[in-house]
Each structure stands twice: as structure tokens, then as C-alpha cells.
Design a protein around this ligand. Sequence first.
Ligand SMILES: [Zn+2]
Ligand SMILES: [Zn+2]
Length: 572
Amino acid sequence: MPISNAQIAKVFYRIAELLDIKGENPFKVRAYEKAALVVESLSEPIEKIYQEGRLMQVPGIGKSIADKIGELIETGKLSYLEELESSIPAGVVELLKIPEVGPKTAWLVYKELGIKSIEELEEAAKEGKLRVLPGLGPKTEENILKGIERLRRFGERVPLGIALPFARQVVEWLKERAPIDKIEPAGSLRRRRETIGDIDILVTSTNHLEVMDAFVSLPIVREVLAQGETKTSVITDMGIQMDVRVVEPDCFGAALQYFTGSKEHNIHLRKIAQDMGLKISEYGVFRGDERIAGRTEEEVYNTLGLPYIPPELREDRGEIEAAKEGKLPHLVEFKDIRGDLHIHTKHSDGHFTIREMALAGKRMGYEYIGIADHTKGLGVAAGMNEEEILREKEEIERLNEEIEGITILAGVEVNIKMDGTLDIDEEVLDQLDFVIASVHSAFKQPKDVMTERICRAMEREVVDILGHPTGRLIGKRDAYEVDGEKLIDEALRTKTILEINAFPDRMDLPDILCRAAKVKRAKFAINTDAHSIDQLNLIEYGVATARRGWLEKEDIVNCLPVEELLKLFKKK
Ligand SMILES: [Zn+2]
Ligand SMILES: [Zn+2]
């Protein structure tokens, strides 16, 4: 029974959640969360690792976790999880979907008020019934109501970081199980939007029925909505809908273009076609009854007098006008990235040594990597003090003499304190190759205070890069209240580089702000914030965000050779 990495990770997150609700030992909870993270960020299918007997070699997977993975792969179930689930009412777990409700609160309102659903919690919050409970107050009620509203606004959308590996797994499975020629996920996934509503997969095949049979029998299918010869729709166990369409090879390009969208982009294209006396649909571009294009997307665009437009730009935000004038940007690609400048190691909360991360960076094809561990203010992440930072720098110098083929840059991710000062002595920061400054605390400051705080930090000469500039966690936490416009202007004035943090739940700076900042000629760094070797692969989400923000390699500092990058860091 095939099972994906994402599915197994989901099981471990679920266990962590349930243990947390029951108030179990935090270390145990943490161990399951870690296991989930490890599985989620593996670059190969865990089933393969299991079958080859290599599970225990994966860092972060011990005996007990390995056994559970084995049981899941062999039986598709986990008895431990079933036991846990039966000991807690389902509605209580539901409450955790609300961004503002943690396990303690969920358990408390259940035990004290018998609340077992989001609706019941909403009512109690509105009626002011929660404030009598220990540790809760009117402010909590307000936050919970806001959280419920945000949950409803988000609906069943799934972050790209979950949907993309999920879709890729389905593509792999279909290829193994049916005769498939071309296969491509379309829709907002192909445009790399940060959240995905449903997943569309387009296929060409000599045997439609076999494709559809293979699809509906995949283990991720929770419910088959409709099964037909050209289109089949299911609800997946991730809660989102997935459609597979089998199209004729002569219309594959037209179908891919049509189902990639966006709707607005397609409406604009249709108008252009009409003005030329043509018709465009998912079957092709037609003059009268004659199909004059449809096999490839290039063909479709060219027939409309346009060059090919990359999917990430297709939002009708000026890309069609730019295409007409031959002014489309040459979007940055992964191969342009020469190094990753935001990497954590065992010196703070990363899982690997500097040497291991450097060698992994070399395998990625990078010329350099930048180590940026946390500093002391961040208690939970084992941050470094001044002395430890200097010792890490010495270690990096030694490793640079020893390791060939990649340069390790010595940096830190320093905390921006509540008042905008940094939590490390500037004389120490001055000795490093570069400094990332990030907000990791007091997220709920009022807008003007937060804006002032960040601007004050960028003002410091030692600060080269502003880390994850808006602080949002997609689907979990809104960006902090900050004046984006002012932030960009101040970044320019102070020559501070804006990070595009590639972590899929961050993708921060968001695409829209990337574009706004590019117009003003800001500089960017696409970094992963990797805490493990596998997370270096997350760079693709940063590249996708940059591409959606119209960025070219000239805008990105880590597309520069190391000497030029170091010069740029010094310039400030
Ligand atoms: Zn950070
Ligand atoms: Zn970080």
C-alpha cells in the first residue's frame, strides 16, 4: 500500500498534537514533531528508504519512530494513533485548527465548559463565557473570534509547500500504474501561488480508462466525486479536491494553458483572440472551425502574437502588456543561485554541523553558503552569545582551509529587540562576513512601533539583510502590522537587502511586495532558513516567490560571485 512522505508526516504531527492536548511530556511531543519535520523534508520517498532497510540511518529517526513508519507502510494504519484518538473527543482536536487556540486552551474549554466544536467555542467567546477560566480573558475571546474568522477565510486551501510534493507524488504513482505520455499539474499549483484550492492534473495517454482506474484506486483518495473517461474528480485525504483530465495530444498545450489560468489572465487572452477574429478554448486556438494551435503552450501564445509567458506571471498584472512590448522579465531560475545565505547549524537549533551543511551546499552546486545561527535573545532556539559567535567564526575559518570547492561565509541571524536594538554587541557583528537581522518576538506591536523598530535595525551599519521581513506564517499567523511601503523605502535608503525566505510557510517577502520593491530597485537574497540538509531543497519555494514577484537574477545578491557579494556587504 503506497504512502507518501507527507502522509506519514501528517500522522506524526497528529500524534504530537494529541499528546500535547493530553498534557504529555513536552520532550515526547517534540520528538514526534521532529520526526514529522524530518520525514516531510526528505528528498526521496520514505517507502524506498524503508524497503532498503535504511530508516535508522536517517538522522532524527530512532527505533520507536522507525517501527511506526514500518507499521504505516505495511498496514496503512497505526494502532498507537488509533488508541490516542479514541481517548480524546474529535471536536476538541478540531479546535486546534483555530490559529489562536493551543492544546491547553482546547483541553481547558472542553473540561470546564464541555465545548466540543468550533461553533460552540465561537458562541461561548461571543457571550463572554471564556473569560472566567484561568488564564483566559476578554483579549483571548477577541483573539479566538479573529482566529475563527481567519480559519473560515482560508477555507480548505493548502499551503504550496504541502500541495506541491503531494501532487508530485500522485504524478509518480500515476506514471507507475498507467500508460502515460505527458503529465503535468496545472492550476494555481503550476503558477506557484502560496496556497492551493484544488489540484488539476493533465495527462495524455493511449488508455484513458486505465489512467482513471489507477487514479481512483490511489491510497490518497477519500471520496470519488465523479469518474469519467476524460475527467475524474476526487476528494483527497488532505481534504482538497483533485481532478485528473485526459486530453488529446493535439490539445495538450491549449488545455495546459487553459487550466493553468489564472482566470483573469485567460479572460484577457480571450479578448486578444477575439480582436484577431480567433477563438481560444481548452481545445485550441481556432479560426472558424479550423484548429490553428493547441499542441504546445508556446504555439498558443505565439498564435496570439505573444511570446511564451511563464506560469508564475499569469495573473493579469501587466504580463500580457509586457509580453506585447517584448518587455517580459528574464525570471530568476534555480541555476542562477550561487549560494544560500541563511543556514542554521548545531550551534543554534539546526540538526547538522557546519561541515555537514557545507558539504550538502556543495552537492547542491553552490559556490558558497552563509551560516546564520540564532543569537542569545532567542531562548528556545539555543542562541549564541558574543563569545560563541566568535568561536563559530574561527571554526568556519578552519573549515574553509580544509574544505575544497565551497566557501563558507560567517554570519548570524541576530534578533531585533522590541526597541529596534540588536541583541549582540556591534563590535562582534562587525567581524563577521554578513549579518541577518530578524524579528522573533513581540509580534503584536502596533504598526507604527513595529515599523519604527525594524527601520531602526536596518539603520545599523552592521546589518546586511532583513530576515523574513513581514513575519507571516501562511495559514497560521498573519504578518505583523508593518508599513510595507516604508520598510522598502528604508531598506533602499540604508542599503539593506530584503530576504525572500523560502520556507514554504513563510515565502516572505511575499510576491506582491517583491514586485513593489523591485520597481524601486531594491536588492533581495533568496534563502532557505534551512535547519537540516534536506531543507536546502526548499530554495525552490523562494525562487518561485521571486519569480511571481517578477525578479531577475540581477535583483538577487546571492546570484553574485562570492567576491562581489562580499564587496556588497562591505559597502553599507
Ligand atoms: Zn528567523
Ligand atoms: Zn533562521
